[in-house]
Design a protein around this ligand. Structure first.
Ligand SMILES: [Zn+2]
Ligand SMILES: [Zn+2]
Length: 181
């Protein structure tokens, strides 16, 4: 494993959150979509189920997206700001089926705060490990989704929204066309 389990889970969730807005439209348009997202990524803790909660989560996305595009110094600024604004206080906790892992916000903190701090704590590991190059943008033309490459050989080039398959089909067609020519 490249990072601690909770770090990897948090990075994947942060990328998924960033990718809810992008070239194929808004995927968190309402509270029902937010409920789905929270369930899919197994977020525990309190919820408000308000328009303000949804907006706070939506507003977090462009800030997190910058992490995939910025240089190391700017990433550090973003991460430190997120931790400072949220009064992050790391504590080891155990709950549900999860063994000890870090929480840096109380479970009744607003959802957007918890999402921000969880992402920031994971990014602390990425920066300290000198692994920011694992945060990339999908190479499929016009996709623009962000990618977390947790593979051993740093081989992940496409996002999880089907771009890997699309690229394979394109390459296959190109090979066939070349063989015919
Ligand atoms: Zn937890
Ligand atoms: Zn893609």
């Amino acid at each position: 494993m490249l990072f601690a389990h909770d770090t990897e889970v948090a990075l994947v969730a942060a990328a998924a959150l960033v990718n809810t807005t992008g070239s194929d439209g808004e995927k968190l348009p309402d509270l029902a979509a937010l409920d789905d997202f929270v369930r899919t990524y197994e977020w525990t803790g309190g919820r408000e189920h308000t328009a303000a909660e949804l907006r706070a989560v939506q507003d977090l996305r462009p800030r997190l997206r910058r992490v995939w595009e910025a240089d190391e110094d700017e990433v550090v600024q973003i991460v430190n700001a997120l931790l400072r604004e949220s009064n992050a206080l790391p504590q080891l906790v155990k709950h549900d089926q999860w063994d000890y892992h870090l929480h840096a916000t109380p479970s009744d903190a607003p959802l957007a705060t918890r999402l921000a701090v969880e992402a920031a704590m994971a990014l602390v590991d990425v920066v300290r490990g000198g692994e920011l190059s694992r945060l990339r943008v999908c190479e499929y033309p016009d996709c623009g989704n962000v990618v977390v490459d947790l593979s051993k050989n740093r081989s992940k080039r496409f996002c999880d929204a089907g771009c890997g398959n699309r690229a394979a089909v394109t390459a296959y067609r190109a090979r066939k066309a070349a063989a015919r020519a």
